[in-house]
Design a protein around this ligand. Structure first.
Ligand SMILES: C[S@@+](CC[C@H](N)C(=O)[O-])C[C@H]1O[C@@H](n2cnc3c(N)ncnc32)[C@H](O)[C@@H]1O
Length: 464
């Protein structure tokens, strides 16, 4: 071990930062987070440092260059100047007084180094490479940042607030089990989902009963899997996908996204071929409730966003009625994904001041939509499930005054390696579908913004 890892209490303690640039400003910010009293010595200050000094929140400034006397009464010292001689002098003087000293980016002059930090106060995770590779430490940090929920701090604070009571109620082995159950199970999940009051109540009940928290009831995670590219999943979606016992998914969830689900989770396919639902909606609703009541963590994974043409509302209504806990995680909806990966901004100051998401699903051969509103200029209309009814859509928009020359696009399997984008006009769209044998899932975008694709198209799927 080149360095001994410790967490230092510097609350209200005087700390010295030598240097007045941006690097020094970052160090000052860090010290202030730990409530230190910071003295800065520098001939002049960067704008951000000057602002900190002016705000007077624990920072003072002495104009000048470093002098031995600056070390008087200090707890630790950081040198962040671009003058190698000054940095060496600070290091030597601090070492002579046995003061911990850090010289930015010069490990040989340091008696301590500053780790890369993941801050979920009061939880702090420090990553160090002994000065070998700060970049590697930062890369590790970003991986961990993604994996550790931002609410970990709240969970730790909640645990702290019950610590004494749990200690008084349970013997050591029981106590360990109690905390393991709280910190890994549904109670922690409630905190991550912002349901702190419920979590608190569960802990209270478990303490009162003198037992580990009751876990007979599972939970449903209604998660938006996005339009296909797994890189578009949210951190929360990724985390829940890793801890599910069973996944209930349908056709729109891409294979690449399914790859991200915990390997040993049971997988239940509930279909949803167009007009040929593999499992009726009511049955899916009941299935989710039943699995959760068996104590399982159920991942209900849907394509795009669960609340946009996803029937997510219906599914959790049943859960709410039956008292089954659930949480909803948004996903990138097809319109957002197809627009970005197709180089077609949905709004643009020159062309479109609003955007409407519409279902183009045919019911009894027709569509009951407000066509005159959809045919208005200066807007974009994104049709979901519109392929089968495309002729009706184009005809109706033209009947209500939209020009046959209005630019329009078909985005098939948007954001995936199979993405294909075909652009034309309202008048030519049906022929485009036939010529290219366009298949679902395809999003239809109608509006002047489609012309921007020539300039803004950036995504080149392999083999396109
Ligand atoms: C039942 S809706 C579900 C929408 C989903 N909840 C969402 O937010 O994207 C299915 C329709 O979404 C559109 N869609 C979904 N994924 C798509 C993709 N990767 N590319 C193009 N369109 C997509 C298609 O219009 C498809 O018919």
């Amino acid at each position: 071990m080149n360095f001994f890892p410790i967490f230092l209490n510097i609350k209200e303690r005087p700390c010295l930062v030598v240097g007045g640039g941006e690097v020094a400003a970052r160090k000052v910010t860090m010290l202030l987070k730990a409530d230190a009293r910071v003295s800065v010595v520098a001939p002049e200050l960067s704008d951000s440092l000057r602002t900190m000094v002016e705000k007077g929140r624990g920072v003072s400034h002495r104009v000048g260059t470093f002098a031995e006397s600056d070390l008087e009464g200090m707890t630790l010292v950081i040198a962040a100047t671009d003058d190698a001689a000054v940095n060496r002098q600070v290091s030597a003087s601090a070492k002579a007084r046995n003061l911990p000293v850090n010289v930015v980016d010069q490990p040989d002059l340091c008696t301590f180094i500053v780790p890369s930090m993941i801050d979920r106060s009061p939880v702090q995770i420090a990553i160090g490479t002994g000065g070998a590779s700060p970049v590697l430490a930062r890369q590790l940090r970003s991986r961990l940042e993604a994996a550790i929920p931002s609410a970990y701090g709240r969970l730790a604070a909640m645990a702290e607030s019950f610590r004494e009571r749990v200690k008084a109620r349970f013997q050591s082995e029981e106590r360990r089990k109690f905390w393991e159950r709280v910190l890994e199970g549904p109670i922690a999940e409630k905190v991550f989902a912002g349901r702190d009051d419920e979590a608190r109540k569960d802990i209270e009940e478990a303490i009162a009963a003198g037992a580990t928290p009751n876990e007979t009831m599972g939970e449903v995670y209604l998660v938006g899997g996005g339009p296909g590219d797994p890189d578009l999943l949210t951190f929360r979606a990724m985390r829940l996908m890793q801890q599910a016992d069973v996944v209930v998914y349908d056709r729109l969830v891409s294979k690449a996204v399914m790859e991200m689900v915990r390997r040993d989770a049971e997988q239940i396919y509930v279909g949803k071929e167009r007009d040929n639902h593999a499992m009726p909606q009511e049955e899916i609703n009941r299935l989710l409730a039943r699995l959760a009541k068996e104590g399982k963590k159920v991942l209900r994974l849907k394509g795009g966003d669960p609340f946009i043409f996803g029937r997510g509302g219906e599914e959790i209504e049943t859960l709410a009625e039956e008292g089954v806990p659930f949480q909803v995680v948004p996903g990138i909806t097809a319109a957002a994904g197809c627009a970005s990966y197709g180089g077609i901004p949905l709004t643009h100051r020159d062309y479109s001041q609003s955007c409407t998401f519409v279902t183009g699903h045919l019911k009894d051969g027709s569509m009951n939509l407000n066509w005159s509103a959809l045919a208005q200029p200066n807007q974009t209309v994104a049709f979901y499930m519109g392929l089968k009814g495309l002729r009706v859509i184009c005809r109706k928009l033209m009947d209500h005054g939209m020009s046959p020359d209005m630019p329009a696009a078909l985005v098939q399997q948007g954001t995936t390696p199979n993405q294909r984008v075909y652009t034309g006009t309202l008048g030519t769209l049906p022929a485009l579908v036939e010529r290219h044998n366009v298949k679902a899932p395809t999003l239809i975008i109608v509006g002047e913004v489609v012309t921007l694709r020539d300039k803004l198209g950036w995504y080149q799927p392999p083999g396109a």
